[in-house]
Write a protein that binds this ligand. Structure first.
Ligand SMILES: Nc1ncnc2c1ncn2[C@@H]1O[C@H](COP(=O)(O)OP(=O)(O)O)[C@@H](O)[C@H]1O
Ligand SMILES: [Mg+2]
Length: 285
């Protein structure tokens, strides 16, 4: 029986569910705390107990990403792999890949200074949605309704001046019902999907109180999700889809360490089971 390892930095309900399911399926299962594991250029796979396959489940994107690089260095099979984690963790890279692979995605503008961002905003007109290129739970995703709000956000970014603050990701505000769709793709299948209805605000994230409502996995939804998965390199993914009133489905995000406690409540299939079986079977090949 393959040994399963779950890499974490904080144990959420999802990591507990994955651990329990792996044990239930009969795998030797261990949790690996990324915060207390040291790796070096001199390390060998045999120095550690990384098992036969690792599921990367860190809450911190950068921690998970860099740990993934170390595991690939040690030739430990990991989901998702470094390329996929890189593609998904950065919204700019994701948008480019989706478009390149002809997946319908919102029109998005990239500016690399505050002056250029203002130029884009003035040329395009309001509203536009600004997003940090790395982030989740809807943090920092803001509907720029007018120049005043835009100036305020740009000013704050100039003050904080983090390494990603001068990269402006400005997206059309999609005309959609007050909900979006979260689908989970595992390998070549969409295993679960839900609508997330917003609790009043602009954003529909479950982390912000969005309500999970079951969503039928139609042929069309399956198709756009599989194409999105292929675009970023495949694996275990959470795909965010909006229903544009004219164009139909548009994909705005692909998540590489997908949260699923909301979806697990309404899904027909067992999400952690599907994830573990996929990882184990892929690592065997
Ligand atoms: N272009 C957009 N038009 C309308 N709503 C959007 C748009 N982009 C994001 N949203 C809303 O904001 C939420 C968070 O945006 P998302 O890109 O998924 O960032 P995060 O990685 O923080 O989840 C989405 O789930 C959706 O409800
Ligand atoms: Mg999202």
């Amino acid at each position: 029986m393959p040994k399963v390892r779950i890499l974490f930095d904080r144990v959420r309900l999802e990591e507990k569910m994955l651990e329990e399911k792996a044990v239930e399926l009969g795998h030797d299962t261990k949790m690996i705390d990324a915060k207390t594991t040291n790796i070096s250029t001199e390390s060998k796979k045999s120095d550690f107990d990384f098992g036969d396959v690792v599921l990367e489940r860190c809450v911190s994107y950068f921690r998970g990403l860099h740990f993934t690089a170390c595991l690939e260095f040690l030739d430990v099979p990991i989901f998702n792999n470094l390329q996929v984690a890189t593609n998904c963790g950065n919204k700019l890279l994701t948008s480019l890949l989706l478009k390149k692979h002809n997946v319908p995605t919102p029109e998005t503008h990239f500016s690399f200074s505050s002056e250029s961002a203002v130029e884009t905003l003035e040329k395009h007109g309001y509203p536009l949605v600004i997003k940090p290129i790395v982030g989740s739970w809807g943090r920092g995703v803001i509907l720029l309704k007018d120049r005043e709000i835009a100036d305020a956000i740009i000013e704050v970014r100039e003050l904080s001046d983090g390494p990603l603050d001068r990269i402006y990701y400005l997206q059309e505000a999609v005309k959609r019902p007050p909900r979006d769709i979260r689908a989970i793709a595992v390998g070549d299948q969409v295993i679960a999907a839900m609508y997330r209805t917003s609790s009043g605000g602009f954003k529909t994230n479950i982390a912000l109180g969005g309500e999970p409502v079951p969503c039928e996995i139609t042929k069309e939804l399956e198709d756009i999700c599989m194409r999105s998965s292929k675009a970023v390199g495949g694996g275990i993914l959470g795909i965010d889809v909006m229903e544009d009133e004219k164009r139909g489905f548009v994909v705005h995000e692909v998540n590489n360490t997908v949260e699923f406690k909301g979806l697990a409540k309404v899904a027909k299939r067992n999400i952690p089971k599907e994830m573990i079986e996929f990882a184990v079977n892929s690592a065997r090949r």
